[in-house]
Write a protein that binds this ligand. Structure first.
Ligand code: AMP
Ligand code: MG
Length: 407
């Protein structure tokens, strides 16, 4: 019995668990998910400092036309000494610690830049041009939840807290197995009846793109012995993805052999198009995705089901891409009762996001996949959408700004 798109995704995401954490060098952690919440171990900034090149002053001394005696100079990295006496100013550079007694900074531009005495042109107010200790982040504050993906800003913060190493969830080793008697490995001679195993490569590329590690198992033939050997090897990895051999054909033996090897099937067949014959099961903690063989179907089912599951195994909090509202450019006829994944081109037109089909939606047409920069998710009902209807999309790539590109 087939299940809905939403139910299939729920069963998959409920079944998988994050891998144990490991501690790795900071820069190796880019793109990974931090394993523990990060609590600030320091104030940021750590000391009151100047936000401008100028003079540290006492605001109460400063009126337009005031002349102050310059009693010192503090560069960035310099010491905040000596204390600032009334009627005096200290030259101070951006990032330098504020001397005791000072409560404002007057930028050079608002002075005559004198080095013995300085003439102020304007009024200074308490707190002007000072970055106060802890104004960005206060010690003890929660700055990152566990599962946050580490991008340059997060790496910056970890570096500021002195963390040369960071605890992140493990990267799954993902076994990739293509099945079929018609397949030939890349680089091997082709005959009229055979096709190159391209699925292993597209799936491995997709696994790599999210930072997991593909393990290429090659091709299993459509017989029990070959499938037994290759599928058992795959079950030794953290996750297993197969392509083809899950339709109703008499040589579609993948599910049978998986069951024999102890994989508990959680579903087979989803009310989606493309990708209906997709199956999913678990052996212990190892998820097994049995994707259809058609290259477009295997890529789309990876995107919709395997990708979020692998991200969850990698400890990410955010595993689903945001769904964005966009307007359909043309009518679409679809099969009622099935969620359709429409390959679309999304672009900005008069400041609005608009989607058009990227071409022939037949699953045999790969070029439409190349041209698509997004997938529109058309809910199971209704069976027809009109031009101007609102749809939900998620991005595969950048959005073109047609308004700009046409200029
Ligand atoms: P199947 O799911 O076995 O019925 O295969 C569906 C279609 O996908 C057939 O046209 C296969 O030749 C094709 N196909 C299956 N596996 C691969 C693969 N690894 N690379 C490229 N095409 C494939
Ligand atoms: Mg086949």
């Amino acid at each position: 019995m087939s299940i809905s798109f939403e139910e299939a995704r729920r069963r998959i995401l409920d079944a998988v668990r994050p891998l144990p954490p490991e501690t790795i060098p900071l820069l190796d952690a880019v793109g990974r998910a931090i394993a523990e919440p990060l609590i600030a171990t320091r104030d940021m900034p750590r000391f009151d400092n100047s936000a401008m090149d100028g003079y540290a002053v006492r605001a109460e001394d400063c009126r337009p036309g005031t002349v102050l005696k310059v009693t010192g100079y503090i560069p960035a990295g310099g010491r905040a000494e000596p204390p600032l006496e009334p009627g005096c100013a200290v030259r101070i550079m951006t990032g330098a610690p504020l001397p005791p007694g000072a409560d404002a900074v007057v930028p050079f531009e608002e002075t005559d830049e004198g080095s013995v005495r300085v003439l102020l042109r304007g009024q200074a107010r308490t707190r002007d041009h000072i970055r106060f200790r802890g104004e960005d982040i206060a010690v003890g504050q929660l700055v990152m939840d566990a599962g946050t993906a580490l991008r340059p800003p997060e790496i910056s913060l970890l570096a500021s807290f002195g963390q040369a190493r960071v605890s992140v969830h493990g990267r799954p080793r993902v076994a990739i197995l293509s099945t079929g008697d018609e397949l030939v490995e890349l680089g091997q001679p082709l005959s009229d009846e055979t096709i190159v195993n391209s699925n292993s490569w597209s799936l491995a590329a997709a696994v790599k793109e999210i930072g997991a590690e593909p393990v290429m198992l090659g091709i299993a033939r459509d017989n029990l012995a070959s499938l037994r050997e290759k599928l058992s090897a795959g079950l030794a990895c953290d996750a297993l993805i197969t392509s083809a051999g899950v339709s109703a054909g008499d040589r579609d033996l993948v599910r049978e052999v998986l069951a024999e090897l102890g994989v508990e099937q959680l579903f087979w067949k989803i009310d989606i198009k493309p990708g209906r014959p997709t199956a999913f099961g678990m052996k212990g903690a190892v998820p097994v995705f049995s994707l259809p063989g058609n290259p477009v179907s295997s890529m789309i089912t990876f995107e919709e089901f395997a990708r979020p599951a692998l991200l969850k195994m990698m400890g990410h909090r955010q595993v689903l891409k945001p769904l964005i509202k966009a307007t359909l450019k043309q009518p679409v006829r679809k099969r009622p009762g099935r969620t359709h994944f429409l390959r679309v081109t999304v672009y900005a037109e008069n400041g609005e996001l608009v989607v058009a089909s990227s071409g022939d939606q037949n699953t045999g047409i790969l070029l439409t996949m190349l041209r698509a920069n997004a997938i529109a998710i058309l809910p199971a009902e209704p069976g027809h959408l009109d031009a101007g209807d609102e749809v939900r999309i998620h991005l595969l790539d950048q959005v073109t700004d047609l308004d700009k590109d046409q200029r």
